[in-house]
Design a binder for this molecule. Structure first.
Ligand SMILES: C[S@@+](CC[C@H](N)C(=O)[O-])C[C@H]1O[C@@H](n2cnc3c(N)ncnc32)[C@H](O)[C@@H]1O
Length: 280
């Protein structure tokens, strides 16, 4: 079968799926190891029969709304390839900004010599990406899910030279020994009845990674209250990803703790409130 024939068959199969052609092109590039130019110009290329079987299976999975990252078993994040499975959230592009802020603050204020914690590490995408960019950092990656910790460990083994410390615990129950310069986290922050969650996310991604009580704010509040006690008093920062409608409530909670010197809500690239940044 040629590339052109395989694509034609896939387009027909997914004609009723939204963004079907985008998904087909991405999966074809990944499974057949082709560039986007190859995809357009090399339609008469004869494909490997084993790869065709994998591609056809992938197309059927897309039809059942399974996310491409779970079909392939990986997702790119901060230019790194993270293994994922259905026990971890699929790393999102907006979370890359959290990594950029952490690296920027670390360079600017600590010459990269930092202790940091990644709360709710999931695939490890935040903690591992930060560590891959800093030479002198010590990190703790923590998650309540043992399966997520296993995925994080695997990614750290593949992508890092030195292993961080992994903790399998509720974030709100853990007490780090050393003071922290950065507290990073992407807590579950969606409220249970949120109608904006896509069917594919709701059905396939772990609910432990998505939903939280108190309109989605329960864990963000708990983690914030708990971890301010472990932040370095000379200077330190807390950065949490938040829901785009949660900025005011989070600022109110942060101010009520009477400990932050400065609190800000940072917007994402779509101009939506997306991160809490607190400075001590
Ligand atoms: C939104 S996901 C973030 C995953 C990853 N950091 C990312 O950005 O893609 C939230 C993570 O928090 C974990 N989690 C949920 N409740 C927790 C708790 N009480 N303590 C620690 N981790 C928790 C979930 O298992 C999930 O991996």
């Amino acid at each position: 079968m040629t590339l052109g024939q395989a694509l034609e068959k896939a387009f027909l199969e997914l004609k009723d799926i939204s963004n079907g052609s985008q998904k087909i092109n991405y999966l074809a590039q990944e499974i057949f190891s082709l560039s986007y130019t190859d995809l357009i110009l090399n339609k008469s290329e004869i494909l490997d029969t084993d790869l065709i079987k994998i591609f056809e299976k992938a197309i059927i999975a897309v039809k059942s709304k399974k996310p491409e990252a779970y079909i392939l078993g990986y997702q790119y994040f901060c230019n790194l390839k993270f293994k994922v499975n259905n026990s971890v959230l699929i790393p999102r592009p907006e979370t890359e900004q959290l990594v950029e802020m952490a690296v920027m603050l670390s360079e600017k204020y600590f010459k990269n010599k930092i202790n940091f914690i990644d709360l709710g590490c999931g695939s490890g995408c935040v903690g591992v990406s930060v560590l891959s960019r800093l030479n002198n950092a010590k990190a703790i990656l923590l998650d309540i899910s043992p399966d997520a910790i296993a995925v994080s460990k695997e990614n750290a083994k593949i992508l890092l030279k030195d292993q961080p410390l992994f903790i399998n615990s509720s974030a709100e129950l853990y007490s780090p020994q050393d003071k922290l310069h950065l507290v990073l986290g992407n807590p579950p922050y969606i409220k249970a009845e949120d109608s904006g969650v896509s069917e594919s996310t709701h059905v396939f991604e772990p609910h432990l990674a998505l939903y939280a009580k108190e309109d989605g704010l329960a864990l963000t509040r708990l983690w914030m209250s708990h971890y301010v006690k472990f932040m370095a008093s000379e200077k330190s920062f807390m950065i949490f990803e938040i829901g785009h409608e949660q900025g005011a409530a989070i600022l109110k909670h942060a101010r009520s703790l009477n400990i932050f010197k400065k609190v800000t809500i940072v917007k994402d690239l779509y101009n939506k409130d997306r991160f809490f940044l607190g400075e001590i």
